[in-house]
Design a protein around this ligand. Sequence first.
Ligand code: CA
Ligand code: CA
Length: 255
Amino acid sequence: MIPSIRYTMFLAGALTTVLVGMSTVHADSVVVYPVQSGLVNDASCCSPYAYSNSTSVTFSLTGCFSDPHYGCWNDRERGAWRWNLENALPETAVATSAHVHWNHPTQCNAWSVYLWIDAGTQILSSSYCHQIRMNPDQQISEQTYNDTSASWAIDESVLEDALSGGYLSMVNQIGSNGQGCVLHSLGDEGVRIVIEYDLETCAGDFNENGAVDVDDLLALINAYGTLNNQYDLDGNPLINVNDVLVLLTMYGDCQ
Ligand SMILES: [Ca+2]
Ligand SMILES: [Ca+2]
């Protein structure tokens, strides 16, 4: 064995003893947009039942206060959304919190806001939206609401159920005057779930999938010969054979 190769292998071996087992925890978040959305609206007042899908970017959720016959100070339309959380997080991620976020094009002044949340697997329908309201996994309500955006915390147990079952659904109600409020339903500012999570990764797991694998090796090779701290594994920013050797000794699942 020529000296330079022997030295390189020695160096990689020595460094491996330092780097193997090293892991770091990254905090990250993901935004999940609905896979189904619609309105509970059958032209009745105060107790709408019929659900129909809608891909409108905005929903106008009006109230019944101005109705001379049904002045219930309540809602004429309700919004409903469903999210697929099945592959929302990396496999080894640990969710730490989650929120429902929404935005209004202009300030919404409401007397009450209700959210009914369910970690079920059914698709949205009239009966399911009714069931969500009658027997929600979580209910949130707020009296007096004057804002252009809102963020509502999802209970930890509900989030766990939704992540394991795959889906989360929600019906909301904004009780205001007859003018109601306009709500972004879809798009970047639409009704969305933001999940914060921690991800433990090991050195060499560049794509943070819980294992040092061929994709990480290819990423390293792609950076070969460059100065690159992201792919450096031996403390020298030059990406060379030492980094490749260190990565190969780490090959496999993160411990
Ligand atoms: Ca990886
Ligand atoms: Ca290096």
